[in-house]
Design a protein around this ligand. Structure first.
Ligand SMILES: Cc1cc2nc3c(=O)[nH]c(=O)nc-3n(C[C@H](O)[C@H](O)[C@H](O)COP(=O)(O)O)c2cc1C
Length: 158
């Protein structure tokens, strides 16, 4: 295979950018990620790819729940706040306000909308774990245009 072609072609997949939260014991954690897609209407299923060895990956494995916060165009600072590993920077929430609903996963007050899932299937293959979750709750704070990966000029894929 032509490695450069593989990279370029895979980077042709377009993505949004989300703050993905989970429960870690009695606490919460979250990271910014783009590997998110819906995979079924009935039941409503969403798949996420989560890097092995991160606190978020361990947290989702153990708690079996995650939230997806849809960011708005322009919310670059919020996205950057959750890129760094919690093991390096400690609690990432700072003054970011959040609440919990059905699963205990964090819901950012400033997100456009959110949904939360209970994990139904886990595929542990490669350097990320694929979690498929059934959407069990959702909410809308306001309408607006979602943030995209392209808007930040970054890539995670290839
Ligand atoms: C542009 C960009 C997109 C990212 N997308 C993902 C993703 O989809 N899945 C993932 O596991 N990590 C993704 N990451 C990396 C996580 O944000 C990073 O591993 C994070 O530090 C994990 O946080 P934690 O240590 O608190 O769990 C992305 C990073 C960048 C810069």
């Amino acid at each position: 295979m032509d490695e450069q072609a593989k990279k370029t072609a895979l980077r042709g997949i377009t993505y949004g950018l989300y703050v993905i939260g989970t429960k870690v014991g009695d606490d919460v954690n979250a990271f910014t990620g783009n590997w998110v897609t819906q995979t079924s209407f009935t039941p409503p299923l969403v798949a996420i790819g989560v890097k092995k060895g991160t606190a978020s990956c361990d947290g989702i494995r153990e708690s079996g729940v995650f939230s997806v916060n849809v960011l708005e165009t322009g919310q670059k600072d919020l996205a950057f706040q959750f890129f760094k590993p919690v093991s390096r920077v400690g609690n990432k929430f700072g003054d970011v306000e959040f609440y919990t609903a059905t699963t205990g996963s964090p819901i950012l007050k400033d997100a456009l909308s959110w949904f939360e899932c209970r994990v139904t299937d886990t595929v542990d293959r490669g350097d990320h774990v694929l979690f498929v979750g059934e959407v069990v709750d959702a909410g809308v704070h306001r309408t607006g245009d979602p943030l995209t990966l392209r808007e930040l000029g970054l890539f995670y894929g290839g």
